[in-house]
Write a protein that binds this ligand. Structure first.
Ligand code: FAD
Length: 709
């Protein structure tokens, strides 16, 4: 019954507002035209005016009607700064609390539906930060005033807390608005608009969100950092943990802008990419590709060709490649750049300090670039197998006869094809129905077919259950379509993903927050919940690539060093990547799976490499360029390229997307003949043909016929 009465009351107020066009009375013109009479009435009936104004304000804000801002200006104009602020501060908070109650007890379902995205964000904030989060929302208007009231009603915050935090949080905004109203009231000619009072009040209005944000940041920093004594003097401006792509680039940037920077690496300079990731994997892929080309020499008009090789020589070449790239990431190079490099394990001991080699080093800010490690799933019996991961794979010196590779992601696929081409009988196990699950299904299909053709035993839909030993032989028991299958192997490579390195160096003790994915949680400035500590690269994600680690490093370094003046939000709009199997799979932006998931409308344009002159000349015709565009518009949403050197070809689309260039621009650019890059232009040509103005062309055809005479 109570609910019905409340809903009816609410409906009556809202209906009356719109039916009688009450909104017109909350316009600046109306108020300005009536200012004289309002003032006179206020002089004659002061108490009544205050009560009437108060009630109207509470109704408008309580019913979440538009007009609160204008009412506030009016309050300032009639009552002046002091009375206006007191009156409005209470009226707005009571109104907000009414809206909060209506939402909590009456409109729950409707509001949940209408503002579910905001509800999720706010709920998470409240869960973590409690009342301070509401205070921050009030001070920094990230959401409209009425949305905060309504959505807060659905959280579990107490009414009492909501009331006092709202009153306190809205006070600064109320003062600024009421002051603007009071100033505007004194305006009697257009010239007065340039008076210092008016200009100052408008400046205050404009800078309010920034001041609010600064206050919130300050309070937040203080809340977290107050437990730790701040050194009077810091040893260094920036401490960087980890010398992988993320840490190296952070240190490089800090040194380039003349900061004192200390880089600490516990293992090898260059991190995973140089020592156990990109570089060794690409080196082995190259040797494997040559062997594959020799094995398929007939394709190139060579009746037979053979290769004599030792597995250990190929592995030696891998290490040789690493040592040739090493100088780029070396201690010597970074020392010359002005970075203090320490080769030891660091441990965070406070938001300002790490302990390394028994010494404490203090810094104003810290960047964590501590990377990720191969994830080893807890499959029964795995501990009894001498398995490899990308960490120790490169130490393998003898060629196993058979190899089982667990995982159908990019790393699993690259290794599967490479080792298979080196003459190892590889079985690849993937739990999902296809490999490269993030890519569109035709991409997976093309690569799967290629793998099968090359002799890989591809086991899709196989769930690894248990490792056993039988007659000294290692065997995997996997579940496939409800039954157990056994797969024997000589060596096992686990490549099922990588988890962020977040334990063992003080994160837990400091209370650095982690995400559900187990990575370090950062905000859009790559700052952790400890304001002096930033994170970038694999340890925070969301991407796990060398180029994204380097991209993030710029933001982490610049925001930590110059955040007091200006902070930059990390830009993830155009992120490319490549899986370096043969043919390569490169992508930037959306594919069809993601477009569908995100409800983004798209058109597809395809171009097959079997049509491309250079691809035909190179006998590398397997693959395609697939472009997703906004329907009817020359705006690229995403591109997938499968083909030889796809990772290089995609660069043109990365540039186009980054700078908002469309397919017309790619089509209008001269591409050298005959190159693989021409594929990009032909894909753009296909799009253009599909969007040709048919009607106009019919008229043009008529024109030409007429010109024939
Ligand atoms: C097989 C394989 C192939 C790959 N291929 C590619 C590819 O082709 N392209 C691509 O873009 N990406 C590739 N990657 C991913 C790429 O290697 C990573 O994304 C990249 O290395 C991440 O860099 P990072 O600096 O975040 O972490 P890392 O390179 O892991 O560096 C972190 C460093 O921090 C150090 N560290 C950790 N804790 C501490 C501590 N407490 N004190 C001091 N030091 C510490 C570690 O020793 C490590 O050196 C590949 C990865 C693998 C495994």
């Amino acid at each position: 019954m109570k609910k019905i009465i409340l809903i009816s009351l609410f409906a009556i107020v809202v209906a009356a507002y719109f039916l009688f066009d009450i909104g017109q009375y909350f316009s600046l013109e109306f108020i300005k035209s009536q200012q004289e009479s309002f003032n006179t009435y206020y002089q004659q009936h002061t108490f009544l005016s205050l009560v009437f104004y108060f009630v109207v304000y509470v109704i408008v804000t309580g019913a979440s009607l538009p007009g609160a801002a204008i009412l506030t200006l009016l309050g300032g104009a009639i009552f002046g700064l002091f009375t206006g602020v007191i009156l409005i501060s209470f009226a707005s908070t009571i109104g907000a609390s009414l809206a909060f109650l209506v939402s909590r007890f009456v409109l729950r379902d409707a509001i949940q539906k209408r503002f579910s995205d905001k509800l999720n964000v706010i709920n998470k904030g409240i869960e973590k930060e409690g009342a301070f989060y509401l205070f921050a929302l009030r001070l920094v208007p990230a959401f409209p005033f009425f949305v905060i009231n309504l959505v807060m009603g659905l959280t579990n915050i107490k009414l009492k807390t909501f009331y006092w935090v709202s009153q306190l949080g809205m006070l600064a905004g109320t003062i600024v608005f009421v002051n603007a109203g009071a100033q505007l009231a004194q305006l009697d000619s257009l010239a007065g608009i340039l008076s210092p009072g008016i200009i100052f009040s408008f400046v205050l209005l404009a800078v309010l969100p920034f001041i609010g944000r600064a206050i919130v940041n300050r309070i937040n920093s203080h809340r977290i950092l107050k437990k730790y004594p701040k050194p009077d003097h810091f040893d260094t401006n920036l401490l960087v943990l980890g010398a992988g792509a993320a840490g190296l680039v952070s240190a490089y940037i800090a040194a380039a802008v003349k900061a004192k920077v200390t880089l600490i690496e516990k293992h090898k300079m260059g991190g995973d990419c140089l020592n156990t990731g990109c570089v060794p994997s690409k080196a082995i892929i190259r040797s494997a590709k040559l062997l594959s080309q020799i094995a398929h020499s007939q394709k190139y008009g060579i009746a037979s060709a053979s290769a004599k090789f030792k597995f250990s020589d190929i592995m030696a070449r891998v290490h040789d490649v690493i040592s040739k790239v090493e100088p780029h990431d070396s201690i010597e190079r970074y020392t010359k750049l002005g970075v203090d490099v320490i080769n030891a394990e660091a441990r965070l001991v406070s938001p300002y300090a790490v302990e390394v080699d028994g010494k404490t080093i203090t810094a104003r800010n810290i960047v964590l670039g501590t990377g990720a490690s191969p994830f080893v799933p807890p499959i029964e019996g795995i501990e009894n197998v001498d398995y490899y991961t990308s960490d120790n794979l490169w130490q393998m010196s003898e060629k196993p006869k058979t190899m089982l590779i667990l995982g159908g992601g990019p790393i699993g696929c690259e290794l599967t094809q490479a080792f298979n081409r080196l003459g190892i009988k590889v079985t690849q196990i993937e739990m999902a129905p296809r490999i490269l699950l993030r890519e569109d299904s035709e991409v997976s299909e093309l690569i799967q077919n290629r793998f099968i053709k090359e002799g890989v035993a591809l086991k899709l839909g196989h769930k690894a259950k248990q490792f056993i030993k039988r007659k000294k032989k290692d065997i995997l028991i996997a579940e496939f379509e409800g039954s157990d299958v056994e797969i024997a192997f000589d060596s096992l490579v686990v490549a099922v993903g990588r988890s962020a390195n977040t334990s063992g160096y003080g994160l837990e003790e400091l209370g650095v927050n982690l995400t559900d994915r187990g990575t370090i949680e950062v905000n859009e400035y790559l700052q952790t919940n400890i304001p002096t500590i930033y994170a970038c690269g694999d340890v925070t994600g969301p991407y796990q690539f060398t180029h994204t680690a380097a991209h993030q490093a710029w933001y982490a370094a610049v925001n930590s060093l110059f955040g007091v003046f200006k902070r930059f939000k990390v830009d993830y709009r155009v992120i490319p990547w490549t899986t370096f199997c043969d043919p390569e799979v490169a992508r930037v932006g959306l594919n069809e799976i993601e477009a569908k998931e995100q409800g983004v409308a798209y058109e597809v344009t395809n171009y097959g490499l079997d049509d491309l002159d250079r691809a035909i000349a190179d006998s590398e015709t397997l693959g395609f360029v697939k472009v997703l565009t906004v329907p009817g518009k020359d705006k690229i949403l995403g591109v997938t390229i499968v083909g030889d050197h796809a990772g290089d070809l995609i660069a043109e689309y990365v540039l186009a997307m980054k700078y908002g260039l469309g397919l017309n621009k790619i089509l209008g650019t001269i591409h050298i003949y005959p190159t693989m890059a021409e594929a990009n232009k032909y894909a753009a040509g296909n799009w253009k043909r599909a969007h040709a103005p048919e009607k106009l062309l019919q008229w043009v055809a008529k024109f030409h016929r007429w010109r024939l005479g």
